[in-house]
Design a protein around this ligand. Structure first.
Ligand code: E4P
Length: 215
């Protein structure tokens, strides 16, 4: 499973890239709004750091507007992937853009059928939002299981990006299910590293090493 970082914060991305585990990044209008500066500069910088797929979202609601925005965003860097919302207009835009070779990530996917339609339209990625489903008492990870089954049944190349991740259990379940990608907020990536027994183990080894040094 590939790990993408779900943030537009350059400092966080710089740090996490240095760990050697980041293979892509996802942004959305909310994440970009939390950072200072020109959105295009932010996307460019993320691409330079990550050197892998970086999702940048369109905000137009009509296909024509989405396509225009997408073509501009795609010029920023070869790694830019266009995030398109899962609507009828979005499907029309995905069809045109994918035929032009511009990779699309269909966002705000909440049902397996939306994922199927996005894949048929030519989406390179679909982003089902598991946390937002959990938030309304719906089992988010079940959606991932269903989409993976459907894509496998029919041999789609579209990759599933598990999005709206809230905690390490989402990541574990995604990996057990064989999801292609998890896009994870920095806070949750940090949670994946830590274990109290690791800390206790290091402390004990260092303490014992003090005895060796006194020999
Ligand atoms: C990623 O592609 C999504 O934009 C992001 O994971 C949404 O997460 P949220 O539901 O925590 O806003």
């Amino acid at each position: 499973m590939k790990i993408f970082v779900d943030t537009a914060n350059i400092k966080e991305i710089e740090e996490l890239v240095s760990w050697g585990i980041i293979e892509g990044a996802t942004t959305n209008p909310t994440l970009i709004s939390r950072e200072e500066g020109d959105p295009k500069d932010i996307i460019k910088k993320i691409c330079e750091l990550v050197k892998g797929p970086v999702s940048a979202e369109v905000v137009s609601q009509d296909a024509e507007g989405m396509i225009k925005e997408a073509r501009e965003l795609a010029k920023i860097d070869e790694h830019v992937v266009i995030k398109i919302p899962m609507t009828v207009e979005g499907l029309k835009a995905i069809k045109v853009l994918s035929q032009e070779g511009i990779k699309c990530n269909t966002t705000l996917v909440f049902t397996p059928m939306q994922a199927l339609l996005a894949a048929k339209a030519g989406a390179r990625y679909v982003s089902p939002f598991v946390g937002r489903l959990d938030d309304i008492s719906s089992y988010g990870m079940r959606l991932i299981e269903d989409i993976l089954t459907i894509f496998d049944n029919y041999g789609f190349n579209t990759e599933v990006i598990v999005a709206s991740i809230r905690h390490p259990m989402h990541v574990l379940e995604a990996a057990l299910m064989g999801a292609h990608i998890a896009t994870i907020p920095p806070k949750v990536i940090r949670q994946l590293v830590n274990h109290p027994l690791t800390d206790i183990g290091i402390e004990r080894f260092l303490k014992d090493w003090e005895k060796v040094k006194k020999r």
